[in-house]
Design a protein around this ligand. Structure first.
Ligand code: HAM
Length: 423
């Protein structure tokens, strides 16, 4: 037997319905705020991520699926979406369109990570980016879109945490201070952090090793060492969110694991999954597009981990999706087969899941099948019914049935389903 690659998943029905509904909700909510979908390749030149996410990040140094193609070009299965959005913005001249440009995306991402709950090697992200808006209002908008989407899914217990990373110009000052504070303990840092000390000291703040985290916890938070302008920016983001009734918490140790961020960074954590499992991450990246060879175009956005989101979906969203009423359509005999499919088409048009029996089962075997697929109602049509333009609608919970004119079948089925939902 061939088995799936470690860290990948088969998402089977009916669980897959949740994915469809979550994605439909994302398109609806994001669309209302003016975000339109951009569909991006899963395969990109490796250099794209080295130059955007950053060489010394865990993602680029340890987690990328990178390989040479048949012509020896180094390609990478995308570990995230923002870099691809920036590349596509430059490559397609999207700066020529009315700005700011609002884009959304969803799809699989790949990271070679240690396996644990909520951490996969192929996972899906749902994200938005707004490009060409430097003002704090764009960060507020992005967080409002996030909050609205999560509310539409029924969440009310998620926590948004936020920090201020300042501007790249603030970094040398911050890093000097950080190194001064850490230098008495330098030999206690892990081997990765020893390397980061020279290559990219900011990444020390992001180290997951507990002893490094303890040392970092004693240092001055990055938000204390930012310019007045950067400070004002994030304060305005917080004020905007407060005006919209969205509560966020400051997280002075939050730095995010990607190099392109500046000023506003944020994450969403679920009390159910605990601190380690972040549902969503995002922030501002005003230098990304210029670092990739485009003009100075500011940007801000977020990406939600769809696998983790679905794991903690509230019952109020989950139940109606998983328990959508099923109607079994049972044509009896060869002559009724096409009529059966016609009934399915009419019921499907009204939003029912109404699979037809197409293997020629008898009535008894057909009803057994209906029970197994969880049908609440069966619509039975044999040759006698066919010639009278009627069908039998059978309530499988109450074991009662009635004969109904064909054109009234969807209406009668709807009535039965509604009744049983109300009990
Ligand atoms: P990120 O924090 O690396 O940010 O990923 C965003 C989310 O993807 C995480 O919060 C998590 O829910 C999910 N995720 C990441 N790795 C895994 C994994 N191995 N298994 C399951 N879920 C995972 C970014 O990717 C940025 N591009 C976000 C962004 C958009 N910033 C600005 N715009």
């Amino acid at each position: 037997m061939i088995r799936k690659v470690k860290g990948t998943r088969d998402i089977l029905p009916p669980e897959s319905r949740l994915w469809v509904e979550v994605e439909a909700t994302a398109h609806r909510v994001f669309g209302g705020f003016g975000y339109e979908e951009i569909r991006l390749p899963a395969l990109e030149p490796t250099e794209l991520f080295v130059r955007s996410v950053g060489e010394d990040t865990d993602i680029v140094s340890k987690e990328m699926y990178t390989f040479a193609d048949r012509k020896g070009r180094s390609l990478t299965l995308r570990p995230e979406g923002t870099a691809s959005v920036a590349r596509a913005y430059i490559e397609n001249g999207l700066g020529q369109r009315p700005q700011p440009l609002r884009l959304s995306y969803l799809g699989p991402m790949f990271r070679y990570e240690k396996m644990q709950r909520g951490r996969y090697r192929q996972f899906a992200q749902i994200g938005i980016e707004i490009l060409g808006a430097a003002a704090p209002q764009a960060d507020v908008e992005v967080l409002l879109v996030l909050h609205t989407f999560l509310a539409a899914l029924g969440f009310d217990d998620l926590i948004i945490v936020l920090n201020n990373l300042g501007d790249p110009e603030d970094r040398p000052r911050f890093i000097d201070g950080l190194k001064k504070e850490l230098s008495p303990h330098r030999e206690k840092l892990c081997s990765d952090c020893q390397r980061r000390w020279e290559a990219n000291p900011l990444r020390i703040l992001d180290c997951k090793v507990p002893s490094c985290r303890d040392l970092v916890a004693e240092t001055t938070p990055v938000a204390d060492v930012v310019s007045d302008e950067a400070r004002r920016h994030v304060e305005e983001v917080e004020a905007g969110l407060a005006a919209l009734g969205i509560s966020v918490r400051r997280a002075p140790r939050l730095v995010r694991g990607l190099d392109y961020y500046l000023r506003t960074v944020f994450e969403v954590v679920s009390p159910q999954l605990g601190e380690g499992a972040v549902i969503c991450g995002g922030g501002r990246y005003d230098r990304l597009i210029s670092d990739l060879g485009g003009s100075r175009v500011p940007g801000t956005g977020f990406a939600i981990g769809e696998d983790r989101l679905i794991e903690v979906l509230p019952e109020s969203f989950r139940r109606p999706v998983l328990e959508r009423p099923v109607v079994a359509v049972l044509p009896l005999g060869a002559k009724a087969a096409a009529a059966g499919l016609g009934i399915t088409r009419d019921l499907a048009a009204k939003g029912f899941i109404a699979p037809a029996e197409v293997t020629g089962r008898s009535l008894k075997a057909g009803l057994k099948w209906a029970g197994k697929i969880g049908a609440r109602v069966a619509v039975i049509v044999g040759e006698a019914e066919l010639s009278a333009d009627v069908a039998i609608v059978r309530d499988l919970e109450r074991s009662e049935q009635q004969t109904v004119a064909l054109e009234r079948v969807p209406e009668v089925v709807a009535g039965l389903v509604r009744d049983s939902e109300n009990c």
